[in-house]
Ligand binder design. Structure first.
Ligand code: BEZ
Length: 245
């Protein structure tokens, strides 16, 4: 009797643990080390993040190949790919479709001729995550949407391989790739100049600096920074800094 109860308990525990390991998806948070993985892509095996040492990385998931919104996204990303390269940033796309499907999809998108006669080159790797390993590590599988297809996720990973920002979008909403580029430039600008970037900031706009804790401190800061024509305030808690163009 005792043995059968013990066997039942062991079986229940095993079922629970294996159910969790097969379905669990977790979301890495800002400041975490980017989860490591090895995966097959349209450009060969990727060891992440080791293969991109010293670079920013943007990892983007999408639900499926040959679907309208995903295709429009890949085309827009391809148009901006050179800009990201100039920002020392590697783009990496991922979905749970197979490599052959990815290859055919790339060919089909590169064959499209736009009204002005132009076409695009997809010059970034697309990972095939048929086993869902990467997708689960990055919270891209969200079971109320699908247990086999990725949601639209964007991870910004810095040269130290830390997660710096993440966005999640539903399958029905194509992402804004100018916003993805703007966010990347904002973070790079903040890191380089020790500043903050205000609402709707765009490259070339003034940045902000951390606010003093009190009005009295602000007055002291005003005295000190009176000589610095690049610093100004709108209120004691809102300080701006002009950046070099
Ligand atoms: C699309 O890319 O068009 C799409 C993919 C999955 C669900 C809905 C739309």
């Amino acid at each position: 009797m005792k043995t059968s109860i013990l066997t039942c308990l062991c079986l229940a525990a095993f079922t629970l643990v294996s159910a969790q390991t097969t379905t669990q998806t977790c979301i890495p948070l800002i400041g975490d080390n980017a989860p490591k993985f090895t995966a097959q892509s349209t450009e060969g095996e990727i060891k992440f993040p080791e293969n991109y040492f010293g670079k920013w990385k943007i990892l983007l998931s999408h639900p499926a190949d040959f679907t309208p919104v995903c295709s429009s996204e890949m085309i827009e990303l391809a148009k901006l790919s050179k800009d990201f390269a100039e920002l020392n940033t590697q783009l990496i796309v991922i979905s749970t479709d197979g490599i052959n499907s990815h290859m055919e999809w790339i060919r089909a998108m590169e064959d499209i001729k736009f009204e002005d006669g132009s076409s695009v080159k997809i010059d970034f790797p697309i990972i095939s995550d048929v086993g869902l390993e990467v997708s689960k590590k990055y919270g891209m599988i969200q079971p109320n949407f699908s247990s086999t297809k990725d949601i639209r996720a964007v991870f910004f990973i810095d040269p130290e391989d830390k997660i710096r920002a993440l966005f999640y979008y539903p399958a029905t909403t194509g992402r804004n790739y100018w916003e993805i580029k703007r966010t990347l430039i904002a973070m790079q600008t903040a890191d380089k100049n020790y500043v903050l970037t205000p609402a709707n900031w765009n490259p070339g706009d003034d940045a902000m600096i951390p606010n003093p804790a009190t009005k009295a401190e602000s007055e002291k800061m005003l005295e000190k920074d009176k000589k610095d024509e690049n610093i100004y305030s709108r209120s004691w808690f809102m300080w701006y800094k002009k950046l070099e163009k």
